[in-house]
Design a binder for this molecule. Sequence first.
Ligand code: CU
Length: 289
Amino acid sequence: MRADWGKRFLIGLLSIIGLNPSLWADKPHRWQMLLQDPVTPVAHRIVSFHNLLMIVLLVIAALVTFLLIVVIFRFNSKKNPVPSSFTHNTFLEIVWTAIPSIIVLFIMVPGAKLIYFSDKTPNAEMTLKVTGHQWYWSYEYPDHGNINFESRLIQDADLKSGQMRLLDVDNRVMLPINTNVRVILTSGDVLHSWSVPSFGVKTDTVPGRLNETWVNIEKEGIYYGQCSELCGVDHGFMPISVEAVSKEKFNAWVVQSKDKHASIVVDEPVKLASISSNALSASSSVPKL
Ligand SMILES: [Cu+2]
């Protein structure tokens, strides 16, 4: 027991200084801090942006702490018994408005660039359609003979060794690596959010609307995520599990799945062909009424 706590303490300590080996993982780990291992161009940029923000906020926190300490020691009632009573200082007011504005702009530019980068798929090679349901996900592959299937949580009682509680599912999403995959998202009932931290994806699924994002997974592996929009009583029980494989393995899976999944019909799948390209391109702007 004692050794266990010692190990945990050490891992916690290493995590704080960013040296925990489990940080470079594709699923959450005990005592993990910081972000999961990024494996898509968007996720890499999110991590860089996060690091930039950490520097900005540490500098601001250090400056404010320094100023507070100065005030406490130099302007306390003993050292400074008669406080000055002036109010308003135009120059100071301009400075303390301008500096935060510049900081916000400095953050906004890379932030906005990142939002647009994650929004549109560059040269999409295939499409994955994700539909949120209370309380499971369904997936369609319109470019691969319209394979479609449901993906549900494995209940505690049915877990096999090695499977992760609350994260593993019966049918994983299969995706090829090094491929620009357009991900189209919608919902069959209420708001859900398809979120896979390693992909840098957290996109709401909205009934009657299509949202778009994309992934290009750089290495094989299993990536986990969870619904990230409160969607009802089983919100915490509709995990996402994506298996990224080589293009060859993916093609083999497609051939195999065409027969296996052909008979499974998800409730009224929206046919992509019936949706105008207008609706697709407007996916991330204000909904048209
Ligand atoms: Cu949900």
